[in-house]
Design a protein around this ligand. Structure first.
Ligand SMILES: NC(=O)c1ccc[n+]([C@@H]2O[C@H](COP(=O)([O-])OP(=O)(O)OC[C@H]3O[C@@H](n4cnc5c(N)ncnc54)[C@H](OP(=O)(O)O)[C@@H]3O)[C@@H](O)[C@H]2O)c1
Length: 425
């Protein structure tokens, strides 16, 4: 039986210009080498440092990425450098030339998504970035195409592999924070600047990108609450374990009853019945709740050379097929909803003054092994305002998972009224 030629794999490999040959770039190169018929060939490679020892002959490398962007004999460009400022310059230059580009840089996409959309609309280029969110988990295209018209109620999950690795090692092996972080870096899970992972800026960027595809909201990353684990101590894991809970950094995108969309990233105590409980080490997971489709869970490697390169390859294939994101839900007038309160446990040193966190109502307070634990509701905007100060003072904040809407009258300290009755878990 003969198949229509459109269904047969193309024999002509597309020429790829690769900008960046680190963990991801090298992973893509090696992955293409191992496939019998990858459909792509890395024709030119640009890197930054002429002194660095490489795994390929020196003549394979050049040091001016702009030359690749200007080379029209290259069919596709892959930008996988570790510098979001230069990445935006490269990708912008390429899109203004109408080129087809793949990036893995979540910080750059989250910060500049409106500009990147305008450049694609004005010049006809295409940008795909599946590898920017949760490594090998195919979540962006799932939200953008499969759930394009499904009203979603929530998207949540573990979006950062290196902090999840650190938390797993600390809890399961009793490894010290600094040692677990060094291991995550040595294994290629951590960003070049580990603050991005540990202060939760990296999962916040990913949450911002998913908000665009899941809910049509493009928040400014700086406006989104991000609490990290830099101040975590063994006592925090021990207290969570008393109730059988683990601590994970959980990103949450929620539809509120009034239609508003809220986005936040914070350490959270996770119970054994949560699909996130068993997600360990560098693994990531995304939970999607659809009004009609119901609950879904995707789990996979959120970082690392081959898993991330595999997502880049998926985008190259999508570009070959003429795919573009639809952004079907995009609403430029939608604003980030912040009229929420989170139930949190604020842990400080008992010998220090209690941190100046304005709880809504009297917090439940206890002293354990020289540490003060205060549990109660705190407004989203308060946590957002205080997060840098709390981190600087070594105070650790972990959510219980419970969220309430603030009452219409925000002066009501007891969260009374109809809006306060709504509870998310
Ligand atoms: N690693 C992961 O697991 C992972 C997962 C998902 C997404 N990402 C994203 O993927 C991107 C790359 O990460 P990575 O881990 O592969 O970084 P990396 O290992 O630090 O490698 C960065 C590469 O970029 C090159 N580079 C930097 N500035 C450049 C410039 N101006 N012109 C040309 N080349 C330049 C570096 O050149 P030299 O070799 O000369 O130093 C290096 O080859 C980042 O945006 C990251 O957030 C990474």
């Amino acid at each position: 039986m003969s198949l229509p030629s459109a269904l047969l794999p193309s024999t002509e490999p597309l020429r790829v210009g690769l900008i960046g040959f680190g963990c991801v770039g090298q992973g893509l190169y090696n992955l293409l080498e191992r496939l019998p018929a990858p459909g792509f060939t890395v024709a030119r490679i640009a890197v930054r440092n002429p002194q660095k020892a490489r795994s390929l002959p020196p003549e394979r490398f050049e040091f001016r990425a702009d030359a690749l962007i200007e080379d029209d004999s290259l069919d596709l460009l892959v930008e996988v450098i570790d510098d979001p400022v230069e990445a935006f310059r490269f990708v912008g230059l390429a899109l203004r030339r109408g080129r087809r580009v793949v990036t893995a840089n979540k910080a750059m996409v989250a910060r500049h998504l409106p500009a990147l959309l305008r450049q694609q609309a004005d010049y006809g280029g295409t940008l795909l970035y599946e590898a920017a969110v949760c490594g090998s988990i195919p979540i962006i295209r799932t939200l953008d195409t499969y759930f394009a018209t499904e009203p979603l109620t929530a998207v949540s999950g573990i979006f950062n592999g290196s902090s999840n690795y650190v938390l797993t090692q600390m809890r399961a092996r009793g490894t010290a924070y600094a040692e677990a972080l060094a291991e995550a870096q040595a294994r290629g899970f951590a960003e070049t600047d580990p603050t991005l992972d540990m202060a939760a800026f990296d999962p916040r960027a990913k949450a911002v990108i998913l908000a665009a595809h899941a809910f049509g909201l493009i928040p400014n990353p700086a406006d989104v609450l991000a609490l990290g684990i830099e101040s975590i101590a063994p006592i925090d894991l021990k207290q969570a374990a008393l109730a059988g809970h683990k601590i994970k950094i959980v990103a949450r995108l929620l539809t509120l009853p009034d239609g508003g969309i809220s986005v936040l990233v914070a350490p959270q105590r996770v119970a054994p019945d949560s699909p996130l409980f068993a997600v360990e080490d560098e693994f990531n997971a995304v939970l999607v709740e659809g009004t009609f489709a119901g609950p879904h869970a995707l789990r996979g490697r959120g970082a690392g050379s081959f898993p991330t390169a595999s997502a880049v390859l998926a985008d190259l294939n999508a570009l070959r097929a003429g795919f573009r994101y639809a952004y079907a839900k995009l609403d430029p007038h939608q604003a980030l909803a912040t009229d929420l309160a989170l139930e949190v446990v604020v842990r400080s040193y008992a010998r220090q003054r209690p941190p100046t966190v304005e709880f809504l109502g009297e917090p439940y307070a206890e002293i354990v092994e020289g540490y003060r634990f205060q549990t109660g509701y705190v407004a989203y905007t308060t946590l957002h305002r205080l997060c840098d100060d709390l981190r600087a003072d070594g105070v650790f904040v972990v959510g219980t998972g419970a969220i309430q809407l603030l009452p219409d009258d925000e002066t009501d300290p007891q969260l009374s009224g109809a809006r306060a009755a709504v509870r998310f878990q």
